[in-house]
Design a protein around this ligand. Structure first.
Ligand code: T3D
Length: 251
């Protein structure tokens, strides 16, 4: 750590930083340590390689001993999003590449997002027969409005960095090679600000929203349990692994 800045890097580049159980646990641990360490004033969250994160590791989900989806949400995804939400220090998302599925949710849970021109956002959940989770249905409408959030969630179309800038999802877009430096420069500025004021500002902004994230997360977990039990989810997983378009039957 330098100058009060803790950088948390998603580091499974060969799988586009897809989220496994160990990676999610490491993230929860890292945000917990950042919360407790008074020397940390700002956190940067970024990805190694060409992706920010491709979301849930779909190979892991196919394993015989994979936890039911709603359990995985309650035990790991939701605590991770809440650890970010309740962190009383700014989180800068340095979005270096594609942020898909729960990877996009992680980006949405950052306080400020700076995007590389190579970044994109994909609410890919529907492509494997699931609903947006890990806070996406709660965070995204609040960030960009219900109309755009609905379009992105239902179509699962990629949103480019420039498109994300246009709708206010990211603060700015910078050339890929400048991203780390831009994020660090912003973090350095925030690290120099009064930590308590930053913490209270975050609290005030959060409170202003009023509605309960816990309720939204629990609702997602419940519905995701249903979505995960469908044939279409199984078909979506198989199609992904087979590298072919899925054939959804509404079953
Ligand atoms: O517990 C629960 O399941 C509940 C929570 C669910 C939350 C979710 O996140 S559901 C949504 C999961 N994510 C996705 O559906 C996205 C899957 N990935 C993609 O659609 C594409 O990979 C991307 C659009 C993100 C990028 O496309 P592209 O063409 O740039 O890369 P690629 O060739 O598809 O991927 C490169 C490698 O990464 C490839 O491995 P290989 O063939 O080189 O060995 C690919 O399999 C791997 N990879 C990409 N995404 C995932 C992944 N491996 C596992 N899981 C992934 N999500």
């Amino acid at each position: 750590m330098a100058e009060g800045i803790a950088t948390i890097t998603l580091d499974r580049p060969d799988a586009l930083n897809a989220l496994t159980v160990p990676l999610k646990e490491a993230l929860i641990d890292a945000f917990g340590r950042a919360a407790k360490d008074p020397a940390v004033r700002v956190v940067i969250l970024t990805g190694e390689g060409r992706a920010f994160s491709a979301g849930q590791d779909l190979r892991e989900r196919l394993a015989a001993d994979a936890a039911p989806l709603e359990v995985e949400l309650r035990e790991r995804y939701n605590p991770l999003i809440l650890a970010m939400w309740h962190l009383d220090k700014p989180i800068i998302g340095a979005i270096n590449g594609v942020a898909a599925g729960a990877g996009a949710s992680l980006a949405f849970a950052c306080d400020i997002r700076i995007a590389s021109d190579a970044a994109s956002f994909i609410l890919a959940f529907g492509r494997v027969g699931l609903i947006p989770d890990s806070g996406a249905t709660w965070l995204l409408p609040r960030l960009v409005g219900l109309a755009k959030a609905t379009e992105l969630a239902l179509t699962t179309e990629p949103l480019s960095a420039v498109g994300a800038d246009r709708i206010g999802l990211v603060s700015r877009v910078v050339p890929a090679e400048a991203l780390a430096g831009e994020a660090r420069a912003l973090a350095t500025r925030l690290a120099a600000a009064a930590p308590r004021a930053l913490a209270l500002t975050k609290q005030a902004l959060r409170r202003s929203l009023e509605a309960g994230l816990e309720a939204a997360l629990e609702h997602e977990a419940q519905l995701q349990g249903e979505a995960g039990a469908t044939q279409d989810h199984a078909e979506g997983l198989r199609a992904f692994i087979d590298k072919r378009p899925p054939r959804f039957r509404g079953e």
